[in-house]
Design a protein around this ligand. Structure first.
Ligand SMILES: NC(=O)c1ccc[n+]([C@@H]2O[C@H](COP(=O)([O-])OP(=O)(O)OC[C@H]3O[C@@H](n4cnc5c(N)ncnc54)[C@H](O)[C@@H]3O)[C@@H](O)[C@H]2O)c1
Length: 341
């Protein structure tokens, strides 16, 4: 692993208690699965179940090394109580772009004060390390987004929907709150900037993954899939089991005080993505180009882009494993099994 990074605490998982905040959902449930598989002594699943569900963690309910805690990040005393005796925290709970467009008030509270409350509780209880779930939204959206989106890239907002920019800005603030707590209270942290996460237990709250699900639903009901443009727009996904592995690797790594991209092996265009879904469904429907109605939260860019992940390899020894074609198959296989009649 690279030597250019600051080092701090790393967790020996077999002797550690790890708390996942915002656990009852996509990334949280898979992170719990992998922490347990890695032998973690105890995994605490914390959620207020505001939009996560018991269903996502049902399979873990009776696990002997799992504890489920209903608590709200906006209530500091509950979080101080929940983090007693905890060695590591994976902080996931957040509102994304769609949440910022629907309920901006709650989104700002959870993405800012919620993060601050968790960091304060961790500092009080001498938690060794926090992994903060950030996003490629920290580069912004719109016309400035093209080429390679390296970790040092600046934030762009021109031509993007306000909700997406508010979301990205909230993640930038969350990252900097982490750094403040390291500087002022000695709390080690790593920031993982996920690109769009997709996979089994997918929800309908993330704009790009939502596009996969909507396209699948259209094709299954015999309608032509709709593309908002000519199909050349880039998207960069990362499969959820790869994200969960990154969270586990980050907890185990001594690297501290830095941010890294967690992206899939390759970017795809919208046209390629739609074709993958058509192929999966065995359909020869032709995509229909229909511009979005005004006010749609669509994540835009200024041209082709790619999100490199070589820093994560260097800093925590992580690389993505699941190519997009395989990931789409796994996601849609899961979706088929869980179709309600
Ligand atoms: N899903 C993606 O495509 C994606 C992409 C980039 C970054 N991220 C980031 O990864 C993280 C996890 O993503 P996800 O898709 O699993 O998230 P999600 O939206 O499905 O889950 C968030 C969880 O947090 C819980 N929560 C919300 N407010 C809370 C509060 N006040 N107290 C306690 N729990 C609360 C919700 O009930 C939910 O279970 C988020 O921080 C997100 O911003 C996600």
């Amino acid at each position: 692993m690279g030597t250019n990074y600051k080092t701090g605490q790393s967790l020996d998982l077999k002797n550690s208690t790890v708390l996942i905040a915002g656990a009852a959902s996509l990334v949280g449930s898979h992170t719990a699965d992998q922490l347990l598989a890695a032998g973690t002594r105890e995994v605490i699943l914390l959620d207020n179940f505001s939009f996560g569900s018991m269903q996502a963690i049902e399979h873990l309910r009776d696990h002997e090394r799992v504890k489920i805690v209903r608590a709200d990040l906006l209530r500091l005393p509950e979080i101080i109580q929940a983090t007693k005796g905890v060695d590591g925290v994976v902080h996931l709970a957040a509102y994304m772009s769609l949440g910022f467009s629907q309920t901006p008030w709650q989104a700002i509270d959870v993405n800012l004060r919620g993060v601050q409350n968790m960091l304060e509780a961790c500092a009080i209880n001498n938690v060794k390390k926090v992994i903060f779930a950030s996003s490629n939204a920290t580069y912004g959206y719109g016309t400035g987004i093209k080429g390679e989106l390296h970790e040092s890239m600046a934030f762009h907002s021109e031509g993007a929907p306000p909700a997406a920019i508010l979301y990205g800005a909230s993640k930038i603030m969350g990252e900097q709150l982490c750094r403040t707590y390291l500087q002022q209270r000695g709390l080690d942290y790593l920031v993982l900037r996920y690109s769009t996460v997709y996979g089994e237990r997918q929800h309908y709250r993330a704009a790009n993954a939502l596009y996969i699900m909507q396209t699948y639903d259209q094709i299954k009901s015999g309608q032509a899939p709709v593309m908002p443009g000519d199909g050349s727009e880039t998207k960069h996904f990362v499969y959820v089991t790869d994200v969960a592995r990154a969270n586990v690797a980050a907890l185990q790594s001594p690297t501290t005080d830095t941010a890294m991209n967690i992206s899939g092996p390759d970017a795809v265009t919208t046209g390629e993505l739609v074709q993958l879904i058509l192929d999966y469904c065995g359909s020869n429907l032709k995509p229909e180009i229909k511009p979005d109605p005004p006010g749609t939260v669509r994540l835009t860019s200024g041209g082709a882009f790619y999100i490199p992940h070589n820093k994560a390899k260097d800093a925590i020894g992580w690389e993505p494993q699941v190519p997009i074609k395989e990931g789409i198959k796994r996601l849609l296989d899961w979706r088929k099994q869980n179709d309600t009649p």
